[in-house]
Ligand binder design. Structure first.
Ligand code: AMP
Ligand code: MG
Length: 362
């Protein structure tokens, strides 16, 4: 397959590929997504093949605005509307109950030419999107080009992050091409992603709502809208043997560069000192650190994560830094890590997973 690189002015072409069952790399404000028509089970299945993604890990459905929620969800709680009003378009995914098909729907499907019922399943969103769950993840992205593609395609776009399964998510069209060249029909270049980590996922099908993944909307901001919210344990610790995760994606190795990562948590001066004390003399140890400490590690490949207090910048640069370490060919990566306030929680979560929870507290 020859992967076309499209520009924003080609967005109608991107929408056409989606409508005809193809795969398109789409820019969003969080990371690049690997999009397909979310109502076409055959197209969605090819997302899993292109990424090498396990079939039991459901996808998020991207919609053009909150009015689309009622097409795909039922029993929508009032909190969902409040969250949508405050954070959409934006980096928030809500887990909601997926709408069941009506008898008329089912009749129409049986007459249709494309697929058998077993492909579509009993709910209006095909089982392959939701991994057969009775819930669905819904998001309205803030990237204007992305929303324009959804509108032009006239259907929701199912999309996971546009990396090969397990690798750091792509935050530029070039990074997506590095992973997906020859595996997707096109990649629409909408510039560098402004948030840099994936969406915050909140499950609204339980009481109180539960944070399943920290992301582009900080937990503190969710508290402004919700009376109560619980943070799932798996956000900051590894799953135990046999433990069933609330978001199926939690159980997989994620965001990982090729070299093993050691995360150093705690006071930033202490963590920089720890790295300096433990790093080997040779070139093959790389460092991801706050800008203030980059000059300490001049003999090594260094990626600056952002200022020690700027967790927004750290989020924006994190995946780029992990990929740059791969490009430098390092054998080991040492990474400084912020505290969990604000966007720090998402940075800690991604770094911890990239490190397989190999964390040293100083
Ligand atoms: P990605 O787009 O690669 O960031 O993956 C989407 C994430 O959303 C994965 O971690 C999934 O497990 C999670 N997700 C999607 N749909 C659901 C759902 N219905 N319930 C729980 N988690 C979900
Ligand atoms: Mg992903």
């Amino acid at each position: 397959m020859n992967t076309q690189l499209l520009e924003p002015r080609d967005l109608d072409r991107a929408a056409e590929i989606i409508r005809s069952g193809g795969l398109v790399g789409i820019p969003t404000e969080t990371v690049y997504g690997l999009g397909a028509d979310g109502l076409n089970p055959v197209a969605v299945r090819s997302i899993f093949q292109a990424k090498g993604r396990p079939q039991d890990n459901p996808l998020i459905l991207h919609i053009a605005d909150a009015t689309w929620l009622e097409r795909y969800c039922e029993d929508i709680p009032e909190t969902a509307w409040r969250l949508a009003k405050r954070f959409w378009p934006g980096p928030l995914t809500m887990i909601l109950k997926c709408k069941r098909r009506t008898p008329e729907d089912l009749e129409e499907l049986k007459r249709g030419p494309v697929c058998s019922m077993t492909h579509f399943g009993p709910r209006v969103v095909p089982d392959v999107v939701t991994a057969g769950l009775d819930t669905v993840g819904m998001r309205c992205p803030a990237h204007s080009i992305c929303r324009a593609v959804i509108k032009a395609a006239g259907r929701p776009i199912a999309a996971p992050s546009g990396n090969l399964s397990g690798r750091p998510s792509p935050t530029t069209a070039r990074h997506m091409l590095d992973d997906m060249d020859g595996r997707v029909d096109a990649i629409l270049d909408g510039g560098d992603c402004q948030v840099g980590v994936e969406s915050t996922i909140v499950d609204l099908t339980c009481t109180p709502p539960r944070l399943l993944r920290p992301g582009g909307v900080p937990l503190e901001e969710l508290w402004d809208v919700l009376d109560d919210i619980e943070v799932d344990d798996a956000v900051i610790r590894p799953l135990e043997e046999g433990e069933k995760p609330k978001a199926p994606g939690m159980k997989y190795r994620h965001y990982a560069p090729r070299a093993p990562v050691t995360v150093i948590m705690g006071d930033c001066l202490r963590s920089a000192e720890y790295i300096l004390e433990h790093i080997s003399d040779n070139y093959w140890d790389g460092v991801i650190c706050f800008n203030e400490y980059a000059h300490w590690f001049q003999e090594h490949p260094v990626e600056q994560l952002g200022g020690a207090r700027d967790s927004w910048e750290q989020a924006r640069r994190l995946f780029r830094a992990l990929r740059a370490m791969d490009e430098a060919g390092v054998k080991r990566i040492w990474a400084q890590c912020p505290d969990t306030s604000g966007m720090g929680l998402a940075v800690v979560n991604r770094l911890s997973k990239a490190a397989g929870f190999h964390i040293i507290q100083v």
